[in-house]
Design a protein around this ligand. Structure first.
Ligand code: DGL
Length: 262
């Protein structure tokens, strides 16, 4: 008996989120869909992102029949989550910037948001800030090169290369005097350790893994077990031809077999 949990991102960003849930739950099988055909999302327009996400999630549901889908991408969540919920009658958990937890731990009430261009400029994000961070300063930083770097090079890059790519972001947040930085792009979770090192001990770095995982677990508890489809944990792409990185190697690090195209 099992439940099938789907994860979706423009690329590999959702894998650390899947990993968290896998370690904190039992009796689930996992299906991951990387939107390799349209990577990256962060520099696209709202209508583009919406139509890509709605189309791919439709195929994902048809092919894998997930009981729940985690949109493990801040950009897709702040842009398309409402449309997805309107269109498909299955539960979705969105990954959005951890504004509320950041405000709770920030002593200086000065927080940083490190995300994609789209996430920092989207109205959904501004509403989160207005709701949970009024009276707090929020400094936002986006740099598309970092998303592409993570997607293509994170498992082959040297520590020096990683430090070099994140230095402009770290300098920006230090200069703004923030004491808490939100990793508001799932790709940036891969940079967490180096980012913490470069920022220094006085700045906390947080993401949404725990909040998202807890929400997924609460929803999964309400879903009926059904017969296991015995396919195991699988990693799919929307285009094999357009895979930006070594997806077969990367997905196997997370215990997923490569399932091909959806
Ligand atoms: N991983 C994604 C996010 O959380 C998007 C990266 C991109 O495709 O630009 O925003």
């Amino acid at each position: 008996m099992s439940k099938v949990v789907g994860f979706y991102d423009s690329g590999i960003g959702g894998l650390p989120y899947l990993d968290w849930l896998k370690k904190h739950t039992a009796g689930c099988s996992f299906r991951y869909l990387a939107e390799s055909r349209h990577f990256p999302f962060g520099t696209k327009t709202e209508p583009e992102i919406k139509s890509i996400v709605i189309e791919s999630i439709g195929r994902f549901i048809e092919s894998e029949h997930p009981d729940l889908i985690v949109i493990a991408c801040n950009t897709a969540s702040v842009t398309a989550l409402a449309s997805l919920r309107q269109k498909y009658p299955i539960p979705f958990v969105g990954v959005v910037p951890a504004i509320k937890p950041a405000v709770a731990i920030s002593k200086k009430k000065a927080i940083g948001l490190f995300a994609t261009n789209k996430t920092v400029s989207q109205l959904y994000t501004q509403n989160l800030i207005n709701t949970f961070a009024s009276g707090c300063s929020v400094s936002k930083f986006a740099m598309p090169e970092i998303v592409a770097f993570v997607e293509k090079n994170i498992f082959t890059a040297t520590e020096d290369e990683i430090e070099r790519i994140i230095t402009p972001a770290a300098d920006f947040f230090k200069e703004k005097g923030v004491d808490t930085v939100i990793l508001g792009c799932t790709h940036f979770v891969y940079l967490e350790d180096t980012f913490k090192k470069v920022l220094g001990r006085s700045i906390s770095v947080i993401d949404s893994r725990e909040g998202v995982g807890d929400r997924a677990i609460a929803l999964l508890e309400k879903i009926q077990d059904h017969a296991d489809d015995a396919k195991g944990d699988l990693f799919f792409v929307t285009s094999i031809e357009k895979m930006p990185g070594n997806y077969k190697g990367i997905s196997s690090r997370y215990g997923l077999a490569f399932g091909g195209e959806i």
